[in-house]
Design a protein around this ligand. Sequence first.
Ligand code: C2E
Ligand code: MG
Ligand code: MG
Ligand code: MG
Length: 292
Amino acid sequence: YLAKEGRSGVELYQPDKDRNSPERLNLLGDLRRAIDSRELRLHFQPKVSLGTGAVQGVEALLRWRHPVHGMIPPSEFVPLAEQSYLMRPLTAYVIEAALEQAARWWHTGLQVQISVNISARDLLDSALPEQLEVGLAASGLPPGAIQLEVTERILTGDQAYTQETIKALAALGVPLALDDFGTGYSSLIRLQRLAVSEVKIDASFVRRIAESEDDYRIVRSIVDLVRSLGLRSVAEGVESDEVAMRLDEMGCDMGQGWLFGRPMPAADATVWLREHTGAGPGIEYGYQPEVS
Ligand code: C2E
Ligand code: MG
Ligand code: MG
Ligand code: MG
């Protein structure tokens, strides 16, 4: 196996790109075991209101510490799961773990919404709304304690099948967010027809709005579009005060990114949330909104 030096300096293992390579098949088997053995962990990254700094929720992001290969990023193993029979058990595990954490938080006074990433394919699974309904009831949580994030790709596929699941989720009251917006080819009309409450603007556009006039204009027009449809906008990958400030100026509702907080293990996220929610001032960043 070849380990590659990752962006964050930790060793990132990248399986062979060949679909049927023995490495890949081994890793699939490992992932199967990882799901059962809870080798996978959820980390949580805060999402804050750009105007006030108030915490609006957290996103659950999967982490896999492989016993031999070390940290394997979700960008490697989620696509692997998507191309196999493992997507269903993986998503079921993530939802279960997220509801478990939400229950812990809600029952200790931290009423924070957890957003869970699901694959477009998961929306073909009629068992998904059922799992959520049963899980929410068992943990005594309101449906808004959880949100599902699905990428824009669902807009380009055949919508007839996914519509059933989306309807069932809406009936249940579980909100849906559109992730990585701007990277696909969705049209305005399709966005309008889809029952989503939040649109997350992809980090690749957000990152350079302070330097690139083009990126600034793209993000601003997405924010305008989202608002005109009565939805909330979230900017992903907010790393600097200046970017946060410009997003707030253009009317973007929320931000997520290293500026506010990195994805953290549950224990650290609990400490972070205790410090930044409730009676507290919310998160403060360099830019202080004017109080009128
Ligand atoms: P995503 O849902 O768009 O998640 C946002 C990604 O941006 C996360 O990467 C997060 O760690 C990263 N990020 C957040 N703030 C910043 C920032 O300020 N700068 C930079 N450079 N990056 C930032 P991560 O955790 O590696 O996840 C990558 C993707 O893997 C996610 O993209 C999501 O599509 C997928 N994923 C993660 N967890 C799950 C899961 O439980 N289920 C499914 N189906 N997919 C997941
Ligand atoms: Mg996401
Ligand atoms: Mg995203
Ligand atoms: Mg992304």
